[in-house]
Design a protein around this ligand. Structure first.
Ligand code: PMP
Length: 353
């Protein structure tokens, strides 16, 4: 067997980021540095579960909790195994193999092109402007492109900034096809468009429990859209994909928002301090609305990331990619973690100079 046996559209795929971790401090995946979600942890400690029954087919319990949280209906939601599964579901629903164009900004989340290949869509990357904002006309496109699927995250990963609401709304009005707004980091920006799902016929908002909710281990994500689109998505989604334990933990977490508020407040306080420390070490940090900062490094990016790894801290390397040349993307930590990180950076810089 060689790769020619694979479906053509997936032959070019390679495995995802999977570093050797050991007991390294992970400042490379933008998780919540405050640790486990307390409400989810409390649920998991007292867990007693009948393993011999399926979870609810469409995670009605979690969809009800989300409906309460956002003032929407259960039927506005689709829930599943991480927002990666949700994005895959949206692509499977709306991408016609070999035909549909999938528009995404560049630079952005690398898995969008992976999902495009899985769905055999035609990827169309549109450059962000100099200040990493949307080029609205180019994003909307013409003809078939404007009837395709359009996906964008806000705040954007890896650049960290939010796109302008007026640009997103203009795209939603002018683009005829589905528009997926990936809000994986939106809690940190204190801003969501989930309340607009009934206003726009073509809007899907995708969200995750992996970041501000501190529940990446449990793999929970969801989408919200108007009732018609949500019904389409639910008819394509793999039934039972959200297991019972994760669903119950997510319900507990939704009902206790105090931890989310504390996490977001911590990031708001620490983000400018970390940016200032990085600047004083010779980095050029970009403005961020998320829980990470993209920053141009003062020495070779690969040497910096390797030096940090030797000191037990992982940060993400974007330095070999166009538009993020020589950039790294550390997660924003607590005061103590940021100090540990910047002390280690200082140490690497001293060694390399
Ligand atoms: N969207 C963006 C922009 C992300 O950065 C990530 C996580 N790296 C995801 C989606 C996927 O999140 P999940 O863990 O819910 O699959």
């Amino acid at each position: 067997m060689d790769r020619n046996w694979m479906r053509k559209s997936v032959q070019g795929l390679t495995m995802y980021y999977n570093p050797t971790v050991g007991d390294a401090l992970r400042m490379d995946t933008n998780i919540n540095v405050l640790g486990s979600n307390p409400a989810a942890e409390a649920y998991l400690k007292g867990i007693a579960i009948d393993t011999n029954s399926y979870p609810n087919t469409y995670s009605d319990g979690l969809r009800d909790a989300l409906a309460d949280l956002y003032g929407l209906q259960r039927e506005n939601f689709v829930a599943g195994n991480g927002s990666d599964e949700m994005l895959n579901t949206a692509f499977t629903t709306f991408v016609e193999p070999g035909k549909t164009s999938v528009t995404q900004p560049y630079p952005s989340y690398s898995l969008y092109s992976y999902f495009t290949d899985l769905a055999s869509g035609k990827m169309r990357e549109v450059e962000l402007t100099e200040d990493f904002q949307l080029d609205v006309d180019a994003m909307v496109g013409k003809g078939e492109d404007s009837r395709g699927v359009l996906i964008m995250p806000t705040p954007n990963n890896p650049t960290g900034n939010c796109f302008r609401q007026k640009d997103i709304e203009e795209i939603l009005s002018r683009h005829e096809g589905i528009v997926i707004l990936d809000e994986a980091y939106s809690e940190y920006a204190r801003w969501t468009m989930i309340d607009k799902v009934d206003e726009f016929d073509n809007l899907i908002v995708s969200k995750t429990f992996s970041k501000a909710y501190a529940m990446a281990a449990l793999r929970i994500g969801y989408m919200a859209s108007n009732l018609k689109v949500a019904e389409m998505l639910n008819s394509v989604k793999v039934p039972y994909s959200l297991n019972k334990i994760s669903e119950s933990a997510a319900i507990a977490a939704v009902k206790d928002q105090s931890f989310i508020r504390r996490s977001v407040d911590m990031v708001s306080e620490q983000r400018p301090k970390l940016a200032a420390s990085l600047k004083s070490l010779g980095f050029e940090p970009y403005p961020s609305d998320a829980n990470f900062i993209l920053a141009k490094a003062p020495i070779d990016h690969a040497k910096l990331v390797e030096g940090m790894k030797k000191r037990g801290i992982l940060i993400r390397d974007f330095g070999s990619k166009r538009r993020t040349e020589n950039c790294v993307r550390p997660t924003v930590g607590t005061e103590e973690l940021n100090k540990r990180m910047t002390d280690a950076i200082e140490d690497v810089l001293a060694e390399e100079k």
